[in-house]
Design a protein around this ligand. Sequence first.
Ligand code: CUA
Length: 309
Amino acid sequence: MTPAEKTSALSPAGPAAEAIADLWWVMFSVLGVFFVAVMVLLWFGIRTKRVGDTPQPPLGDGKFIILGGLAVPGVLMLGLLIYTIALTSKLWEPKEGITVQLTGHMWWWDVRYPGTGIVNANEIHIPVGQPVRVELRSNDVIHSLWVPSLSGKTDLIPGIMNVHWLEAKEPGVYRGQCAEFCGLQHARMAILVIALPPEEFLRWIEERRVAKAAPRQAALRRGLETFNKVGCAECHTIRGATPVVRVGPDLTHVGSRLQLGGGVVANNFGNLAGWITNPQALKPGNKMPATYIDPGELPHLVSYLMSLK
Ligand code: CUA
């Protein structure tokens, strides 16, 4: 699958985003007409006033101000307020669906499927046509999940669990973004929602339940040895092959990811090698230090990581 990402609140691909897009168009139309009406009146007022005219009483008898300045905008605003509350309160209504646990970190996303042992990062796989309950937590500061084509924004707040509903109508890759300023690399805290047809999603779950045993191939085994030797395993977990730690992103399925570094570059051999040797060049300020790896060992390490699908 190519990461042909959809990222627009105005091209909705899920029920929540559709409701939000409807709200946007209603607001835009009503307020657009009102704006044009005000501009016409303003133009009329400027045009009819001549230098040397006898000044008119500024408010006339007050009827026009009360009607046009208070009553009409008041009714409009109240109408829009009621419509907005009615529409947005539906977005949080509990539904039936699988649960995904999402934890925000500076500056990446930890993704867990409770009951399966599956841990991923920066990508949420969901079944098409089913609401998915996303439990939002934060490991450090306030982040916010926003996948414009699928839903609105919900904050990830330390010490609190919020619930966000994701649902996609069509299979595809939908780009999301942290929408709450959270430090230096806030802009590079992207997340991809990958919507799969339900049977493909079940297959995806089944395939990833299995922990990774140490590889049989000698070159890949050398990669795993390097992983442990140079200190990768201090922060990253490869389930089944290394001890479980919860510092950096889980790498059990790193080879299957579409992007690296929370959306900084595409995931391929060259970019992964570049990321490992100097992550600060690609994403300054991120928590991963540069690691010296013997040039003879680096290709084995990268091949091993790319083999982790
Ligand atoms: Cu996380 Cu902005």
